[in-house]
Write a protein that binds this ligand. Structure first.
Ligand code: ZN
Length: 439
């Protein structure tokens, strides 16, 4: 458990506050953190009983929400570069068959370390052996929304029925403070009607989210249409699957009718620009149209096998540029919206916008201290800070990271884990997995 009560109250004094509150205020002031939450966001917060931290040269920014990844794939970075999705998946499925729970945990620890050092404080994951990922989440102190992957029983290497495995995973972790368990259908190419509806029923009974891949490539859409006579979103609507409390990753190949359906059901969308570009999914996810239709959009890195980075700063930058260029409109997806997607909108897609995603009194204190003296943050003007975060800032400028008011990164070092130890275990896992790579 997290020793939250033993943390002293802290006041971060005279920082540049990028609040991401409803008015998107950017002000100089103090933040007081107590009992894991923000208790004051003011020009001058009371200092009684508090440790005071001078934050004059720092911006305080909400922690990032990475809305789609497979964090445990860390040993597989670079293993299947420069090939299209079908070939990429073929390599990954071949290697996946050799994965053990121990190397999933080693991969998850390395991936979480990379995410924390890049300012991610919450992430949404889709994988199996999620107990190992959950242990890594609790060890390193990030906030994990962990989706147990479900597939049709004949399509999986999981022992037992995937839906039963997901159900017992949710049962085991539902009272953890940092882990939020959920169910995650892999995609229409390995999940039939029973699996989708089983996942929906499980989520409704257990009160969890559903996370899934959706319409990532034309081939996936075409094959589904050939098999069922319907495009994936139309088909998910027809079988009665679509509804609130869902986050779909990718959503690249959609008709305007499908966009309207996703919007009407308020489905959350994890936009994964790097992954789509690198795997040459073709086209560009219709983010602006989805947003206008009522969908909540966030940003996902996808895994290090398809990105190959877990940096949310890098992802924001790229997502903005791609939309602008594709639409011939430099005004599309401006800096403020990009930062929204990476923070409060990602939190909204997870149904947690009342708890996380902004610097506001009463919310959980998940935040970053960003070094305003770093070369990528200058000129450090309040008018430019959002632009710097969206288009210029390097992960190296993120000095410290807090989750629930507790430091998890301090001066660019992990607080609750030793990187050398994490790295050594990761390299050991990679040695085994890379030798299983098909030639
Ligand atoms: Zn994915």
């Amino acid at each position: 458990m997290i020793p939250r009560s033993s943390e002293p109250p802290r006041v971060f004094r005279d920082a540049l506050l990028v609040t991401q509150d409803p008015a998107r205020r950017i002000v100089r002031g103090d933040v007081r953190v107590e009992g894991g939450r923000f208790t004051h966001v003011d020009p001058h917060a009371p200092r009684e009983g508090a440790e005071v931290v001078d934050a004059h040269d720092r911006a305080i920014v909400p922690g990032f929400v990475n809305l789609h990844t497979h964090v445990a794939m860390h040993p597989l970075r670079g293993i299947a570069d420069d090939r299209e999705l079908a070939g990429f998946l073929e390599t990954l499925f071949a290697v996946d068959a050799h994965r053990t729970e121990a190397d999933v945990e080693a991969g998850a620890r390395a991936g979480i370390a990379e995410m924390l050092l890049g300012g991610t404080t919450s992430f949404l994951d889709l994988y199996y052996f999620e107990d190992a990922v959950a242990r890594a989440v609790e060890a390193l102190g990030i906030r994990g929304f962990l989706g147990w992957a479900v597939l049709d029983p004949e399509m999986t290497t999981q022992k037992g029925r995937p839906l039963d495995n997901a159900r017992s995973f949710i049962e085991r972790w539902k009272s953890s403070s940092r882990v939020t368990p959920l169910v995650a259908p892999q995609g229409v190419y390995v999940c039939g009607r029973e699996t989708w509806l089983g996942a929906r029923d499980l989520a409704q009974t257990a009160g969890t989210l559903v996370h899934y891949h959706l319409s990532e490539t034309r081939r996936e859409v075409h094959e589904h249409e050939t098999r069922t006579g319907r495009r994936p979103v139309d088909w998910l609507e027809e079988i009665g699957f679509l509804g609130p409390g869902q986050v779909a990753a990718h959503a690249v190949w959609l008709t305007s009718q499908e966009i309207q359906l996703l919007g009407a059901h308020h489905v959350g969308i994890a936009h994964c620009a790097s992954s789509n570009l690198k795997l040459a999914s073709g086209g560009v996810a219709p983010i602006v149209e989805l947003k206008n239709a009522g969908a909540t959009i966030g940003i996902g890195t996808d895994s290090v096998a398809s990105n190959n980075s877990l940096s949310m700063l890098r992802e924001m930058h790229l997502a903005g540029l791609v939309q602008k260029n594709h639409r011939w409109d430099a005004r599309a997806l401006p800096a403020q919206e990009l930062l929204d997607l990476a923070t409060i909108e990602g939190a909204r897609a997870l149904g947690r916008d009342r708890e996380i995603g902004s610097i506001e009194v009463g919310k959980r204190a998940d935040f970053l201290l960003v070094d305003l003296h770093h070369p990528t943050l200058t000129p450090a003007r309040p008018e430019a800070i959002v632009s710097h975060l969206a288009y210029a800032a390097s992960d190296e400028a993120i000095e410290s990271v807090y989750v629930d008011g507790t430091a998890v990164v301090e001066r660019r070092r992990l607080v609750r884990g030793d990187w050398d130890e994490i790295r050594t275990r990761l390299e050991g896992a990679a040695d085994t997995l890379w030798s299983a790579r098909p030639k």
